[in-house]
Design a protein around this ligand. Structure first.
Ligand code: SAH
Ligand code: SF4
Ligand code: F3S
Length: 438
């Protein structure tokens, strides 16, 4: 049996695409390799959202190249967002690559692989969107986690945040038909999945292009599938998050009390330069509405520090928001100019050292807030979905997305249990089993 190895960079969209590619490869008779060194096929699924992931891809390729020393017939393929944006460039920098394809023609993997196996360079980067891209949805996923699964509900992004490469690498918004999504959810549940995680670059825009269906209606439809115990979704855009969606989140028992709602920056001037389409006040009003309908909601966000034109005063507006909202988690990054985006033409005003200091101050502040938010769980009893067993401990998540470690038998894998939290760490909780829930 031939073996494959997939290295995935980037967001959940890429993770889900890799799971689908593994599904394709399984249908072709491949099995997973435990190490890239023993693989007959290495696929690198790339991200281009910042400069760092771009560099990581090139260094990974430098490593994977060595597979050909022992296995001259081994095939190396590059796909994903960097391949979509700069596939030919990568091919020039790493001419040993056998296969390159973009983000909308992943379903062509069988043909591309055949071409590469015949000794040809298999390159297919489609500028526009492949009309048959949804063929990919028909393949089952191969997942590490048996009990939670991603389901792609919308591809692409119609927003034009001035710093962002995603609309260029993923194209315009295309929502999947509700019936097809429900069918996939049903199959996953039959396969033992308890938690459905709906994903897209902008899930709250779901249905806009279909015209006759809204995101919140999809939430109800998914919740009506027998066996769905939990529902999560990422990423919602603040502008498209409406009161109907928030009401549905509060009303549907399976929708977890957790939301990732990227703000990016606190200053209105910077938000406008980013073309985010909301002010700090409007964003905070959405947070208020969320807290009103779902009082115990956990929140997380993304922050960009050092956007062109950002001053210390602007940066302090971001800090103010972090202190006011008290997110459970914050993903903060230094601004990275992306080729071809409008912001790449804007002048950087602050010194890189200053921006690095701002970023590390922000991360330190958030560490304290995260710890404070976790401490609330001490001696509380929470519902945990047991997802895996690691180093003799059961590992699961609360509805609010906190990682919990506890002792217990592996008969509890995939079960919802009640756990009393008796220890709080900075990034996780520890607890003891109280009761199994049926
Ligand atoms: N669709 C999502 C996020 C997609 S990209 C949204 O709108 O929120 C994931 C995160 O990467 C973004 O939230 C942003 O914080 C960060 N990001 C995107 N482009 C970036 C850039 N050029 N420099 C630094 N961070 C960036
Ligand atoms: Fe990028 Fe903005 Fe679209 Fe998110 S909403 S993917 S940040 S353009
Ligand atoms: Fe990266 Fe593409 Fe996701 S650029 S963040 S993998 S959509």
């Amino acid at each position: 049996m031939k073996k494959y190895y997939i290295r995935t960079f980037g967001c959940q969209m890429n993770v889900n695409d890799s799971q689908k590619m593994a599904g394709i490869l399984k249908s072709l008779g491949y099995e997973p390799a435990t190490d890239w060194k023993e693989a007959d096929l290495i696929l690198v699924n790339t991200c281009s959202v910042r400069e760092k992931p771009d560099q990581k891809v090139l260094s990974a390729l430098g490593e994977f190249k060595k597979v050909k020393n022992d296995k001259p017939d081994a095939i190396i393929g590059v796909c994903g967002c960097l391949a979509q944006r700069a596939g030919y460039e990568i091919l020039q920098k790493a001419p040993f690559i056998d296969m390159v394809f973009g983000t909308t023609n992943i379903h062509h993997l069988p043909q591309l692989l055949k071409e590469a196996e015949e000794g040809n360079k298999a390159v297919e980067i489609i500028e526009d969107i492949d009309r048959n891209e949804t063929e990919l949805d028909k393949y089952p996923t191969v997942r590490d986690n048996k009990y939670t699964a991603y389901v792609t509900i919308i591809r692409g992004c119609d927003k034009r945040c001035t710093y962002c490469i995603v609309p260029y690498t993923r194209g315009k918004e295309r929502s999947r038909r509700i019936g097809e999504i429900i069918q996939e959810v049903q199959l996953l549940v039959e396969d033992g999945v308890k938690e459905i995680h709906l994903i897209g670059q902008n899930v709250t825009a779901y249905g806009k292009d279909l015209g006759d269906v809204k995101f919140w209606e999809l939430l109800y439809a998914v919740s009506n599938v027998e066996g769905v115990e939990r529902i999560r979704f990422t990423t919602g855009h603040p502008r498209d998050l409406d009161e109907n969606t928030i009401k549905a989140m509060a009303d549907i028992p399976q929708v977890c009390e957790y939301l990732h709602l990227p703000i990016q920056a606190g200053s209105d001037k910077i938000l406008e330069a980013m073309d985010r389409g909301y002010t700090q006040k409007e964003y905070l009003q959405k947070i208020e509405l969320l807290k009103k309908y779902i009082p115990d909601i956990a929140l997380s966000t993304d922050i960009i520090v050092g956007f062109p034109g950002e001053t210390y005063e602007d940066y302090m507006e971001t800090i103010k928001v972090l202190k006011e909202v008290e997110y459970d988690q914050v993903f903060a990054f230094k601004y990275s100019p992306r080729p071809g985006t409008p912001a790449a033409e804007m002048k950087m005003t602050e010194k890189p050292e200053t921006v690095s200091r701002w970023l590390s101050d922000l991360i330190n502040l958030q560490k304290e807030i995260t710890f404070k938010k976790n401490r609330v769980y001490e001696n509380k009893t929470v519902e945990v979905l047991i997802e895996e067993e690691k180093e003799g401990k059961l590992v699961g998540r609360t509805r609010t997305n906190k990682l919990v470690h506890l002792d217990g038998g592996h008969n509890l894998l995939g079960e919802l249990v009640k756990v009393r939290i008796n220890k709080v760490n900075r990034f996780s909780l520890e607890g003891e089993l109280i009761q199994e829930l049926v």
